[in-house]
Structure formats: structure tokens, C-alpha cells
Design a binder for this molecule. Structure first.
Ligand SMILES: Nc1ncnc2c1ncn2[C@@H]1O[C@H](COP(=O)(O)OP(=O)(O)OP(=O)(O)O)[C@@H](O)[C@H]1O
Length: 312
């Protein structure tokens, strides 16, 4: 695999056959991935799947044991030094005695050029607490402050490790609104999270990792339908259960009075059949949720070879 995307020059992030070992532990195992500029990508996986190790290599904090990592076609450390990349990590040194705005001003003095302090405070939703000491800020407010700091160099690539930990519902919504707006302007975002609903709602693309490997890669809808199929519900008086069960791609049919409930691996084919070959109406199609997919894709008895290349 090359690190080039189809037509737009280098990938924002390119991993080619990357392995990372710590002694006898293989944290990342021959992983290849190309992320296009402007994509918002969620990295999901159980504890120890290799998400942080992958992020650390993209940030140049760790070197791969084998393979290569590029950021906009150059070495990660170089990209970080140029201000093209910044990160919001789960924890990270904030000085408790400084106020929020002093913290941002101090960090801004390290970057030339930096975005204006007032602008990043607004963007991170902490302009109203600019004079509060960091030690008095809640966990969610400190996380917003880390976000403000990461915005200072106006990075092309933003890396977020559990970015919304400690934020309340409104804080999360504001945070993701800001991320989505910036992605419209071309900023690439990669985030690791255990909040599956955030990945579902805000990521263009979901990369599932398990034991250092990618086990699924696609949109939230693709990942969900891939692992679990979908459920169709329709009104169909006098439904012929056997006939419906024989539609290709249908796994099960349940007739309840005038309603039918169909579980299908190929929901589109089943829907087409219902609407063209029967008088079915009130058709609803629902996906299994991302948590079902997560459990199916990352459980110990899953044969991940079955998923390789399906969506990647
Ligand atoms: N510095 C290190 N030294 C030794 N082993 C490490 C080191 N860093 C990570 N590992 C191991 O590599 C594997 C992958 O860890 P990693 O932190 O990348 O997973 P993760 O997906 O980020 O997990 P979590 O969701 O718990 O943060 C784990 O088995 C971990 O114990």
C-alpha cells in the first residue's frame, strides 16, 4: 500500500505496514491506513487494542518497529514541528496556579504564528471562565482548555485521545460542532474514544482495532450493517411467512398480526422485495447499534479474517 490518496496528493496520515512492539507485546501489527485530508476518523477498540500506540506514532512520540508513518507526506516529528499537527490527550500538564487565559497566552507565545487567544477561548467555549484558575476548573473545563491550546497553531491535523472525558452533554455537543465546522474547512481529525455514540454521530469514518489490527473500516452505517444486519418492520396483512423467509439475504421473519418483522443481512434487497412484490406499507428499517457491532467485532471468538478487506 502506498501513502498516496487517489487524486489529492499525499494522505493526511499514511501508515504503511506498521508494527509496534514493546518487548514481547505487539501493540500494532502490520497496520496500513490512509486518511484523507478533511476526514473525521474515530479509532475504536477495546482496552489494549493499540489505539494509543497508533496515535503516539502519528504524533512522532513513538517510532514504529517496522513500517512507515507519514503525515502530509513527511515524517510526523517534522509535521509537528511545523505546527501542522496538534493533540488533545487524556491527561497532560496544565499548571494549576495560572488562569485559563494566562495558560493560553503562555502557550501562544511558543507558536509563531498563533491564532488569537480570544478566538481559541471562544472556539473551545471557555471565554466566560478566562479568569478562573486552572486548579478551580472542572475536569470538563480543563479538557476544553486542552482543546483551546491544541487550536493555537491552527493545525491541519488534530489528534484527540478521549477528548470529551468529563464534559457534560452540552459541552460535548459544542465540542463536536466546532470539530465538524473545522473539518468543513479541511482540517483532518482523528479521535480515539470509548463513547461509541460519539463515533456514530460525528465521525465520517470508523476504524475498529483489535489486537493491533484493523478489523473494520467504514462509515458508521457500513460498520453497523456489516456486523449485524438490519431489521425491517412493515404492515402487511396476510403475510406469507415462508415466502418472505425465502427472499435472499433474509435471516428471520416474524409475523405479528398485520405486522412483519424481518431481520436481514441484505436489508435493501428485502425492502425492495416488500415494496415491489407485496402490498407492504409503513416500512421502517433500523440498524443494530454500534455497540452491537463493537461487541461482535472485538469479542475473543470473532474470526477477524472474515472482515479483512470487506470495507477497507
Ligand atoms: N510503553 C509500553 N511498554 C510496554 N507495553 C506497552 C507500552 N505501551 C503500550 N503497551 C502495550 O501495548 C498494547 C496496546 O496498548 P495501547 O495503549 O496502544 O492500547 P489502547 O487501544 O490505547 O488501549 P486503551 O483503550 O486501554 O487506552 C497493550 O497490551 C499495552 O499494554
Amino acid at each position: 500500500m502506498t501513502n498516496e490518496t487517489d487524486s489529492q496528493g499525499p494522505a493526511a496520515v499514511g501508515l504503511a505496514d506498521v508494527t509496534k512492539r514493546f518487548g514481547t507485546v505487539t501493540a500494532v501489527d502490520r497496520m496500513s491506513l490512509a486518511i484523507r485530508p478533511g476526514e473525521v476518523v474515530a479509532l475504536l477498540g477495546p482496552n489494549g487494542a493499540g489505539k494509543t500506540s497508533t496515535i503516539d506514532m502519528i504524533l512522532g512520540l513513538q517510532e514504529p518497529t517496522a513500517g512507515t508513518v507519514d503525515v502530509y507526506g513527511i515524517a510526523p516529528r517534522k509535521a509537528v514541528a511545523l505546527g501542522a499537527v496538534s493533540a488533545v490527550m487524556q491527561t497532560g500538564g496544565l499548571l494549576k496556579e495560572y488562569t485559563v487565559s494566562e495558560t493560553v497566552e503562555l502557550t501562544a507565545s511558543l507558536f509563531t504564528p498563533a491564532r488569537p487567544v480570544g478566538e481559541v477561548l471562544e472556539r473551545a467555549g471557555i471565554a466566560d471562565i478566562r479568569d478562573r484558575r486552572v486548579g478551580k476548573c472542572s475536569g470538563g473545563q480543563q479538557q476544553r482548555l486542552r482543546f483551546a491550546l491544541a487550536l493555537l497553531p491552527d493545525p491541519d491535523l488534530l489528534i484527540l485521545d478521549e477528548p470529551t472525558t468529563g464534559m457534560d452533554v452540552e459541552g460535548r455537543r459544542d465540542f463536536w460542532t466546532a470539530i465538524r465546522e473545522d473539518s468543513q474547512r479541511g482540517r483532518t481529525t482523528i479521535f480515539a474514544t470509548h463513547y461509541l455514540e460519539e463515533a456514530d454521530a460525528y465521525a465520517d469514518r470508523i476504524v475498529f482495532m483489535r489486537k493491533g489490527r484493523i478489523v473494520a473500516d467504514g462509515t458508521a452505517a457500513e460498520v453497523k450493517s456489516m456486523s449485524a444486519g438490519r431489521t425491517l418492520r412493515a404492515t402487511l396483512p396476510g403475510a406469507d411467512q415462508r415466502r418472505l423467509a425465502s427472499i435472499p439475504g433474509v435471516d428471520s421473519v416474524d409475523v405479528r398480526g398485520d405486522s412483519v418483522l424481518i431481520h436481514a443481512a441484505d436489508a435493501d434487497a428485502a425492502a425492495r422485495y416488500l415494496l415491489t412484490e407485496t402490498p407492504a406499507c409503513d416500512l421502517e428499517i433500523t440498524s443494530r447499534n454500534l455497540e452491537d457491532a463493537f461487541v461482535a467485532l472485538t469479542s475473543d471468538d470473532t474470526d477477524t479474517s472474515a472482515y479483512e478487506g470487506v470495507l477497507a
